[in-house]
Design a binder for this molecule. Sequence first.
Ligand SMILES: Cc1cc2nc3c(=O)[nH]c(=O)nc-3n(C[C@H](O)[C@H](O)[C@H](O)COP(=O)(O)O)c2cc1C
Length: 325
Amino acid sequence: MENLTIKYLGLTLKSPLIVSSSRLTSTIENLKTAEENGAGAVVLKSLFEEQIKYHISSFNAMPGYPEADDYISYYTKSHSVDEYLGLIKTAKKTLDIPVIPSINCFSSEGWTDFARHIAGAGADAIEINVFFMPIDRKKSSADSEKVYFEMIEKLKAAINIPIAIKIGYRFSNVLYMIDQFYMRGVEGVVMFNRFYEPDIDINRMEVVPSSIFSSPDDRRFVLRSIAMASSQDIKIDISASTGVHSADDAIRYLLAGADSVQVCSALYKNGIPFLKTLNQQIGEWMAKNNYSKISDFRGKLNWLNYEKPAVFERTQFMKYFSSVD
Ligand SMILES: Cc1cc2nc3c(=O)[nH]c(=O)nc-3n(C[C@H](O)[C@H](O)[C@H](O)COP(=O)(O)O)c2cc1C
């Protein structure tokens, strides 16, 4: 029997498959279904920085709460945040698998201390989904990157549970960013988030959201970076996210060096029990290839281990482009 157990963020997961953050992970019922069908862990639907700040500012408008801690506790009494902390507590009571709450943010200001309440509710780790959208042409990429580093430093000072940073792929040097996360004590990086992207409807003459769900083709934005990041001699765990629609897709990310693999769109499409099929098919592939555990093949085809590392380094292959007439 193949053993699918892995380590992620210092936690033991019985499968590398993690249900990634979305509305699917916002109810106890769904979380239980995920566990019953073999999820290694669940990342809860994100709480947004704006929600945290809204509650803090609504408290600030009230006189008579001089202590910083008081206003955080006032804030935790209000609905969405209170409900979120309740979800973490109930999930921890109900499930045996690790529960990873998530915060969506775009700045390092005014919310990081709140993470203490998430840790206090029993979270096994926390995932921070961060994207700072540069819209000022006078600001350099270093200015944007500083937002990530300051946010991590503040979080690290506030909590001691493991932190995973969920990032997008738009950096000048994603390897540098991951190295800087590692130097600041971050335990994991989720590569990559799928952001809201605008599209244009030429009939309605409107800007509309592009598809929220991924397709297997979207792996093309991810695989190379995972293969390169997992080849670095730093101990930061990698969770692959985007474009996992089959067991083969999950195996591809593991071969490229991911420690775990997150699934979202495929579960919207096929239902949460699809996890069971994915686990079974990963096991079957392992049996066929004589692997008894994930570490037997994880990273086998990454930048370090693959015999032709140039395939990851080059983006302009003359042969590739000229093979199409
Ligand atoms: C409907 C929907 C809601 C999502 N909500 C969140 C969220 O609250 N927080 C977050 O970090 N990612 C969110 N995501 C992104 C997913 O967690 C995931 O990173 C992304 O969809 C790529 O994975 P996939 O290809 O398996 O869908 C959402 C995705 C979808 C489709």
